[in-house]
Design a protein around this ligand. Structure first.
Ligand code: ZN
Length: 211
């Protein structure tokens, strides 16, 4: 059975997720930045005796990548980023300085997610959705059997991702939500990059940005 553990990290209140099945896990959007956050996520993984399979990023905004280097150093795993956000990822050190995140450490050796629409890591299988608009090549990771979708900063409870950052586009974001993300099914739970969980059905019916 798959389990999803969430943490909320850094000054942006970013949600970091650990997806696990049996003794394996995948870390999605590690935002751990402060020492206590680094210790919290490491202790959780250690306490479960998880083998970390990889680190996966929905997109490369700074608040979603702050913990990549710390965790990669410890667990020595592959880090996958959307191919279309390689340039943004490479500029992360400069962006961190702009935000005053002077303790940011950059991991260079990432691997690129191309056009594959399915990913398998051990016993954990994702459908990969292309949902640009908040950022240029934003992905969502859908656990079909669990009716769970880790969708980064595309859709929030009663809100949507911002589109004023580089690579953002409002019309593209709305299309991604309505024509791609919402097709996962009414009864799917959205695990967003910020804020509480929500159901697709509730956002279709109530989200003020989509009605
Ligand atoms: Zn973002």
């Amino acid at each position: 059975m798959i389990q999803i553990k969430s943490f909320t990290f850094n000054d942006f209140q970013e949600n970091t997720y650990i997806i696990s099945r049996n003794n394996q896990c995948i870390i999605i959007d590690p935002g751990n930045y402060y020492d206590n956050e680094n210790i919290e996520i490491k202790n959780f993984i250690d306490s479960k005796n998880f083998i970390v399979n990889c680190i996966l990023l929905t997109h490369c905004h700074i608040d979603h990548i702050l913990g990549v280097k710390y965790l990669q150093d410890i667990f020595n795993v592959d880090v996958f980023i959307p191919a279309g956000e390689e340039e943004m990822y490479k500029s992360s050190e400069n962006i961190a300085v702009l935000y005053g995140l002077n303790s940011y450490n950059h991991f260079e050796g990432v691997k690129l997610l191309g056009s594959e629409n399915k990913l398998s890591f051990g016993d954990i299988n994702f459908d990969v959705l292309n949902v640009p608009g908040h950022s240029q090549d934003h992905r969502a990771f859908f656990l079909k059997d669990e009716k769970a979708c880790l969708s980064g900063d595309v859709l929030f409870k009663n809100s949507i991702g911002r589109t004023d950052l580089p690579g953002g586009d409002y019309d593209t974001l709305i299309k991604s939500i309505k024509n791609t993300l919402f097709l996962v099914g009414d009864d799917v739970t959205i695990y967003p990059g910020h804020g509480p969980l929500t159901l697709v059905k509730d956002e279709i019916e109530q989200n003020p940005f989509l009605n």
